[in-house]
Structure formats: structure tokens, C-alpha cells
Design a protein around this ligand. Structure first.
Ligand code: NAD
Length: 335
């Protein structure tokens, strides 16, 4: 199949080209994001391959459908950037990569916890300046602390297992509690209890209308003073302004973000010679107890191999008229 691949970086091309050796699709790589302005690039391509910052709104989908596109192949798990109902109405099939390496994301969340707690980012900078003082680097034992997990799907479950290894008490909130998670010894509680009892909170739910700004001013007010908040899910699950206020008051003691609600204007690009125009993001960078990574939690070679192989297998199944099992439909969303 002819596939127009948007938002490509060198690593996307490398892993997709390697996986395509076994599939023989015609891949055309485009650097820009898919937007109404760039949609004409996909004219004549039956499949369009997208990542997290590509816009698959009704407007863009209409343009694509009119140009002959029949398949939207997401090379990611989240699909909050796709108007799934509009796609269905236009006869477009949407497929995704529901799981690639949940270990990659869970392990990155744990890495943020360790770095924030033991202030590894500050210690590294100090030692390079010949400053071996320990003042300000005091951490705490994770053993015995209460960790709250929001969303106990594939990533949340692996995160729970790792934190259990540290000897933490595990609480969780999920709209669909999973028996396997309970069997692990994780206790499901309501959201207020989770906020009130957790020393560390880690977000692993998708971005949906229900989870948009789930962590808002009211939620922060219920949290323990000095709580550590980790977000590797999607930026808009957190109301960033509420979190900045929480950091300023000391309510939030530590913040680890791999995602940010306005990240599409920043992440995945080298902007080091430019002035950052986003004042909320710039404020976040001033806190010594905040670590931000640019949506890299998924970024392991294992995950990129798996993403590329599943994406192209999804395209192959569609070309053969077979279901791949990774279709995203409004019906499936409601289940
Ligand atoms: P998953 O579908 O396996 O699990 C998501 C869990 O969240 C499910 O158990 C679901 O019931 C629960 N959930 C849904 N709505 C909820 C709500 N309103 N409140 C609480 N829980 C709710 O997904 P996953 O593979 O574990 O991934 C989780 C999220 O991580 C993805 O949706 C994606 O946004 C994000 N993600 C981020 C990266 C990254 O690089 N930072 C990479 C992959 C995935």
C-alpha cells in the first residue's frame, strides 16, 4: 500500500524502513505534522500514518477522504488526536498500536521518581562544577511509602509491579478495576481517598473528556503536602496552571512531566536557539523540584521496533481486507 507517513524524524524512518523490509509497502516520509495545510501532501495515498501531534480532526479527515485515503494508521497507543466518529462517518478505518513496550513508559515514570527524590539532575550538575556539597540533596526511602496510580492498564500495571518491588503500599483508581491488579495486592479506592493518602501519584490513564484536567485545583487541594506527581500519560490530564500554583505553595513537593498540555508547539523539535513563548512552560522550568522530559517515555529501541512492526502489520491486514484487531471505533470506545 502507498503510505504517507507524517511527523517523521530520522529514527521513525530508520525503524519503519527496517520493518517494511518484510512488508514491502511504499512509504513516503514527510517531516511536517498533519494539519489542514499539509493534508494535500497525502493526495493519492491510501494510508496515512500519524503520531501524537498530528491533527486528525473532522476537517482534516474530510480532506484526506476526498483525496483517496482509506486508512489512518496511528503509530502510537493514544488516539485523542483523532475524531474517531468523523472517521467512521467518512468510511475511514482507524488503527493504532495498543501496546508496544509498556515497560518503556513505566520504567521512565520510575526513573523520574528516583531522579526527583534523590535530586540526581542537580547532583550531576553540581559535581561537574566541582561542587560536592550535599546541602539540598536530601532524599527519602521509597520503602513503605504510599503510591497512588490512576489508570491500571498495561503501563499502570507494570508500574505497580515495579513500585511493589520497592516495598511501597499501592493504591489505585480506575474506571474499570482489573482483577489482575487486585491480585497483585493493589487496593482500588475512590479518587479523593487516592489524593488524600498518596505520597506519590502517577498518571497512567488515557486523555478523554473525563480525564481532561483530572488533576486540577480541587484535586491538588486534596493531596498530601509535599506530594510527588508524575505524568507520563497525556499533558491535558493535568491543569498545568493548578500545578504551578501547587508548586509555588509547596503543596506539590515534586513534579515529573514527560507530557505537557501545550507540548505540540515544543516537543520533538530543537528549539535551543529560540526564546520559549509559552510562559506557563517557562515557569515550570524555573522550579528546582521539577523534571521535564519531552515525551520520551516510549523512546526505547524495543518500543520503536514494536511500533514499526505493528503499524505496518496493521496496514498489511487492511490491504488484505482482514481485521487486525487494533481498530479504533466509536463502539469500541464505549465498551
Ligand atoms: P491502557 O488502555 O492499557 O490502560 C489505560 C487504563 O486507564 C485502563 O485501565 C482504563 O480503564 C483506565 N481509564 C480510562 N479512563 C479512566 C478514567 N476516567 N479514570 C481512571 N482510569 C481510566 O493504556 P496504557 O497502554 O496503559 O497507556 C496509558 C496511557 O499512557 C495512554 O493512553 C497514553 O496516553 C499514555 N502513553 C504515553 C506514552 C509516553 O511516551 N509518554 C507512551 C504510551 C502511552
Amino acid at each position: 500500500m502507498r503510505v504517507a507517513v507524517f511527523s517523521t524524524k530520522p529514527y521513525d524512518r530508520q525503524f519503519l524502513a527496517a520493518a517494511n523490509a518484510a512488508q514491502a509497502h511504499t512509504l513516503k516520509f514527510f517531516e511536517p505534522h498533519l494539519t489542514p495545510e499539509t493534508a494535500p501532501l497525502a493526495a493519492g495515498y491510501e494510508a496515512v500514518c500519524l503520531f501524537v501531534h498530528d491533527e486528525a480532526s473532522e476537517r482534516v479527515l474530510k480532506l484526506l477522504a476526498a483525496q483517496g485515503t482509506r486508512l489512518i494508521a496511528l503509530r502510537c497507543a493514544g488516539f485523542n488526536n483523532v475524531d474517531v466518529a468523523a472517521a467512521q462517518a467518512l468510511g475511514l478505518t482507524v488503527v493504532r498500536v495498543p501496546a508496544y513496550s509498556p515497560y518503556a513508559v513505566a520504567e521512565h515514570a520510575v526513573g523520574m521518581i528516583l531522579a526527583l527524590n534523590r535530586k540526581i539532575h542537580r547532583a550531576h550538575a553540581r559535581v561537574h562544577e566541582g561542587n560536592f556539597s550535599l546541602d539540598g540533596l536530601l532524599g527519602f526511602d521509597l520503602h513503605g511509602l504510599t503510591v497512588g496510580i490512576i489508570g491500571t492498564g498495561q503501563i499502570g500495571m507494570i508500574f505497580a509491579k515495579i513500585m511493589q518491588g520497592f516495598g511501597c503500599r499501592l493504591l489505585a483508581y480506575d474506571v474499570k478495576p482489573h482483577p489482575a491488579t487486585q491480585a497483585l495486592g493493589v487496593q482500588y479506592v475512590d479518587l479523593p481517598s487516592l489524593f488524600q493518602q498518596s505520597d506519590i501519584l502517577s498518571l497512567h490513564c488515557p486523555l478523554t473528556p473525563q480525564t481532561h484536567h483530572l488533576i486540577n485545583k480541587e484535586a491538588v487541594a486534596q493531596m498530601k503536602t509535599g506530594v510527588m506527581l508524575i505524568n507520563t500519560s497525556r499533558g491535558a490530564v493535568v491543569d498545568t496552571r493548578a500545578v504551578v500554583a501547587g508548586l509555588k505553595s509547596g503543596k506539590i513537593g515534586y513534579l515529573g512531566l514527560d507530557v505537557y498540555e501545550e507540548e505540540s508547539d515544543l516537543f520533538f523539535e530543537d528549539l535551543s536557539s529560540q526564546v520559549i513563548q509559552d510562559d506557563v512552560f517557562a515557569r515550570l522550568l524555573t522550579f528546582p523540584n521539577v523534571i521535564i522530559t519531552g515525551h520520551q517515555a516510549f523512546f526505547t529501541r524495543n518500543a520503536l521496533t514494536s511500533i514499526a512492526e505493528t503499524t505496518l502489520a496493521n496496514v498489511t491486514a487492511f490491504a488484505a481486507g482482514k481485521p487486525c484487531g487494533n481498530e479504533v471505533t466509536p463502539e469500541r470506545l464505549r465498551k
